[in-house]
Design a protein around this ligand. Structure first.
Ligand SMILES: [Zn+2]
Ligand SMILES: [Zn+2]
Ligand SMILES: [Zn+2]
Ligand SMILES: [Zn+2]
Length: 529
């Protein structure tokens, strides 16, 4: 009998030990998971240049290796500016040092690149014109961007102060890198730490974020110009790393407030802002916008304009950022609680937004557009073509009148008070006073009339009604005003039946549910007037 007991005993203790090991393992896993650190990837510039094809055909560009003029093409490093013809590229990679992301030195020295100076360069020593075209001569420092005659170079001190944009730049002697653990990423390094230079509070490094693989090449061009002026580590391509990883640079600079320049549309901004709100830093980074997409309502509201050409001079953007002022942008949380269906309640979900949330016909247009873009027939991604499709769907819905009688399918409570709804086909909750690619609905046609303004940082949202998609078209040309429903801090909706909804242009179909909209904090933004 007792051997049986022993066996049972061993089995039981085995199970207990296994369970214990399992629990310890689980605990360890959660500890590691909670402490998971993301590393910013960066191209290892000691392994060669970041080549792009030479685009400025009007200039005589010389190969930095053989010094011949590049005829019909050639490559330029967008980081340091070294140029090469196809035959000399490998030699340039070996012989000519690129702008280093990280250097092991206490003080920074100029890094001179010979020839191919920007037009109208003058010498920093004698202030005379440099030879920018005819000969392969004179030098430019790829950090401070100073230009200098070959003959004047010995008269210049060695130390580089990073020039007039130093407050935007993370100096390479402040960055420590580590090798990427994965063998296949040998040309890549990870940023291990960043130490702050003692330059005072005006040092706010700029991180430029864009999706290099988005439809047009504009974001790619912006990232390329950012690499030229800043440290290459500060240009983050979202097609390569996620926003939460990109923002790890801000997390590494715990005490210093960073600035973000987001080159993209409202969608890219929303994606980055979600990550910004989860950052564990003393001061959240301040965000500036370079509007590249369609819509760009946030960019319009913050004063960055409706659209910018990707070929814009990057230094003019830096000047604009320098002259901008910092303020706070409200962010809102929509909680969607589906009603019980056949005795089953589906889990609720939540979405954050910062421009607007709407139900009805405008969301229908966005949803149809979204579904078209997902179809295999959709081969184009040009902005004008997108606008054309958007317009076609808008007019199609004028005929279909798809959200008629919306007021009977919705109960709206603003700050716990039920609102009597007029006859509407859409209800829009506005955080910023720009909607539907540039309409300013709340203050429209109210010149001289006293009315509280729609402000993006006052913790209040304005609610408007739209009677049809034809009404949207009328508002677009300033012929009609929206139905002003109310304003408040807390919103509750009962939705009966299925309706299209959208938050910051992201549309979906929402069934029977209760919808709660509340403030979920603020993020710093830079505005220009
Ligand atoms: Zn050559
Ligand atoms: Zn280079
Ligand atoms: Zn320099
Ligand atoms: Zn000179």
């Amino acid at each position: 009998m007792w051997p049986l007991l022993l066996l049972w005993d061993m089995g039981l203790s085995g199970i207990i030990i296994e369970v214990l090991i399992g629990l310890i393992g689980l605990d360890l896993f959660f500890r590691v998971w909670r402490r998971k650190i993301y590393y910013v990837k960066v191209h290892d510039f000691s392994k060669g240049h970041s080549w792009c094809s030479v685009s400025d055909v009007e200039l005589a560009v010389h190969c930095s290796v053989c010094e011949h003029v590049l005829l019909g093409g050639g490559m330029r490093c967008d980081s340091c500016g070294v140029c090469a013809d196809e035959g000399c590229m490998r030699r340039a990679d070996k012989r000519l040092k690129c702008k280093q992301v990280s250097i092991d030195a206490i003080s920074m020295k100029h890094q001179w690149v010979k020839g191919n100076l920007p037009p109208e360069s003058t010498c920093h020593v004698c202030e005379e014109d440099c030879d920018t075209e005819r000969h392969f001569s004179d030098f430019r420092c790829c950090w401070c961007q100073w230009t200098v005659h070959e003959k004047c170079l010995p008269n210049l001190a060695d130390l580089c102060n990073l020039g007039i944009y130093r407050n935007f730049i993370i100096p390479p002697n402040c960055i420590t890198l580590r090798r990427s653990p994965r063998g296949r990423l040998r040309s890549q390094c990870l940023v291990a730490s960043i130490k702050e230079p003692q330059w005072g509070p005006q040092w706010k490094p700029l991180i430029v974020i864009g999706n290099g693989k988005s439809g047009s090449n504009e974001a790619c061009h912006i990232l390329s110009s950012a690499r030229k002026v800043l440290n290459a580590v500060q240009a983050i391509d979202l097609s390569d790393q996620e926003p939460k990883i990109a923002l790890q640079l801000c997390a590494l600079l715990k005490e210093t407030q960073c600035r973000l320049l987001i080159a993209g549309g409202d969608g890219t901004i929303a994606w980055v802002l979600n990550a910004v709100q989860n950052l564990d830093v003393k001061n959240l980074p301040e965000m500036a916008v370079l509007p590249l997409g369609t819509g760009n309502d946030l960019s319009r509201a913050l004063g960055w304009g409706p659209h910018i050409d990707g070929a814009v001079d990057f230094r003019s953007i830096l000047k604009k950022i320098e002259n901008s002022s910092s303020t706070l942008l409200d962010r809102w949380l929509v909680e969607l609680r589906p009603s019980r269906h056949l005795g089953i309640r589906f889990p609720s979900r939540s979405v954050r937004f910062n421009n607007y949330f709407s139900i009805g016909v405008d969301a229908r247009v966005a949803l149809n557009f979204h579904l078209t873009r997902q179809s295999p027939m959709y081969l184009f991604s040009h902005r004008l073509f997108n606008k054309l499709i958007y317009f076609t769907y808008g007019t199609k819905d004028v005929v279909e009148q798809s959200c008629e009688g919306l007021e009977h399918q919705i109960q709206l409570f603003i700050d716990d008070k039920q609102i009597e709804l007029p006859s509407v086909q859409a209800i829009v909750f506005l955080n910023v006073d720009s909607w539907g690619a540039g309409i300013k609905p709340w203050n429209m046609g109210q010149d001289g009339v006293f009315m509280p303004k729609c402000l993006f940082g006052d913790g209040i949202m304005e609610v408007i009604g739209i009677s049809s998609s034809f009404h949207i078209a009328q508002m677009q040309v300033g012929m009609s005003e929206p139905l002003r429903i109310g304003r408040g801090k807390h919103f509750r909706l009962r939705l009966f039946g299925k309706q299209p909804v959208q938050a910051d242009g992201e549309p979906w179909e929402q069934g029977d549910s209760e919808i709660i909209i509340e403030s979920c904090g603020q993020v710093p933004v830079l505005t220009v007037s």
